[in-house]
Design a protein around this ligand. Sequence first.
Ligand code: PMP
Length: 305
Amino acid sequence: MPITPTSKIWMNGELVDWDDATVHILTHSLHYGMGVFEGIRAYETDAGPAVFRLTEHMERLHRSAQILMMEMPYSVEELVEATKLVVRESGLPSCYIRPIAYYGYGEMGLNTLPCSVDVAIACWPWGAYLGDDAVDKGVRMKISSWTRHGHNTMPPASKTTGNYVNSSLAKVEALKAGYDEAIMLNAEGLVSECTGENLFCARRGRLITPPLSAGALEGITQSTVMTIAADFGFEAVEGDLTRSDLYVCDELFVVGTAAEVSAVNSVDDRPIPCPGPMTRAIAEEYAKTVRGQVDKYKDWVEHVR
Ligand code: PMP
């Protein structure tokens, strides 16, 4: 998706002009994929733009770095404040936010321990990731021929840039075959997640989502949806799913900061009722929650002013 520039990007503690936020060609992470990043959204609320679960996103960025033994030079609180500054500076009512921490210029070779860590935060306008009618019409999914990388290969719990080679291979394969998105199975053949979303499957009145142990990222939208589902009185649990569970399920939807809550209308050309009643209720509640319109979830909404 094309990027629309905004005015400033935060780099290592300073706001720099959008066009000047560049890196050297010998930047370490460009060569070896050892960067960690986040995808966050700010939404328009009655009190101006607010970033949804910003602190949790920055805590996950810290955990991603910890897994790589990357020393993050900024605290969660500093990153939260820097993000608010970037969003304020953009003047946008709502936007997508991309923080990234990476090994910078000065060292080469696979030993990352001597490398310096650079951090940047950018934001720009970004619409619905899987299309505007993803809730009403649903998206077509394909089980990928690519296997989700395992805990002893590329730790899926860390949102590492290099991990997304796996996701991109699956995404492009699915798009080329005429589908909207891919579902990844792990080495045991269990459902893990999508290329950039977690997944929820409804069977026999129960919502099931694959856990971190299945190779999924610990999704912040996933956790939000677990809470919303429980508050609606829906039973929502973490658990194992096979591809056959998906083929015969009552409802299927995917969740993520970029994709929000998007219904699925088929998996490998097996139609799935769409959007199901739980999917619709959760999608609507999520849309209100992120905009600060649900009192009990107001603490998740972090205002930038
Ligand atoms: N899985 C993967 C692989 C992702 O990239 C994302 C997006 N960060 C998610 C799941 C969903 O995570 P979240 O809800 O925290 O955006």
